[in-house]
Design a protein around this ligand. Structure first.
Ligand SMILES: Cc1cc2nc3c(=O)[nH]c(=O)nc-3n(C[C@H](O)[C@H](O)[C@H](O)COP(=O)(O)O)c2cc1C
Length: 208
């Protein structure tokens, strides 16, 4: 045990002011990826949102999951990806960080966050949803499942990877993608962003 430990019970957390609690609890899950979720509405309005909940779900087929906040208020990104069936995830590097963060602001549904923050929508041939041109790694996905979670009404969105765009030089011989060389940023808490420092690789773990 540490010499000095702050012990917080569930009721301590409950009694915190909501903003303070959100800051503290959002820090507990560790460093998370920072991705820009890009979508387009059926009427053609593009949308961008910062997302820190993307996770790997499977490699064959290639699947990514993410958690979207409750669908109780209009959620442009979620509505768009449910309507069109596709979306893209785009890594963030330091040169585009402040623009990327600003996409979390509550813009009206008919305002494109691309225009509002000064990022560029680039359309490929595979998907209706645009990529973020400034990003160094882009992933195109097609929606395969969505589940509203009983516990708090958040929505689990699962997509199959249909296309990946990245510089060839960062793919290692064994397939590992050296995202640190792209300066892909990660996020802790709600709004603290980080570059990473590699600790190298370890051999495949075996018992004994
Ligand atoms: C660092 C960071 C991480 C976020 N992660 C998520 C997330 O994982 N899921 C989510 O639904 N919203 C997340 N948000 C909030 C969305 O970015 C925000 O609700 C969204 O931009 C709202 O736009 P929309 O209504 O156009 O979808 C995050 C915001 C920030 C700043």
């Amino acid at each position: 045990m540490h010499h000095a430990t702050t012990r917080l019970s569930a009721s301590d957390l409950q009694q915190m002011p909501s903003r303070y609690r959100a800051m503290l609890v959002n820090s507990l899950s560790g460093f998370k990826s920072a991705n820009l979720l890009a979508t387009v509405s059926l009427s053609g309005c593009t949308n961008l949102a910062m997302i820190s909940s993307v996770f790997h779900l499977g490699a064959d087929p290639a699947l990514l999951g993410m958690i979207m906040r409750p669908h109780t208020v209009p959620r442009d990104s979620l509505e768009n990806l449910l309507a069109t069936g596709d979306y893209t995830l785009n890594h963030v590097h330091p040169g585009m960080l402040s623009a990327a963060h600003q996409t979390a602001a509550r813009y009206a549904a008919d305002v494109s966050e691309f225009d509002a923050v000064g990022l560029t929508a680039e359309f490929g041939s595979m998907l209706a949803a645009p990529y973020v041109r400034e990003s160094r790694l882009n992933i195109g996905l097609r929606l395969v499942e969505q589940h509203t979670l009983q516990v708090n009404g958040t929505v689990l969105v699962i997509g199959e990877v249909v296309e990946v765009l990245l510089p060839p030089s960062v793919i290692a011989d064994d397939g590992h993608v050296q995202i640190e060389r792209l300066q892909s940023v990660c996020v802790s808490g709600l709004d603290h962003y980080h570059l990473t420092e590699s600790l190298g690789r370890l051999p495949y773990a075996k018992p004994g």
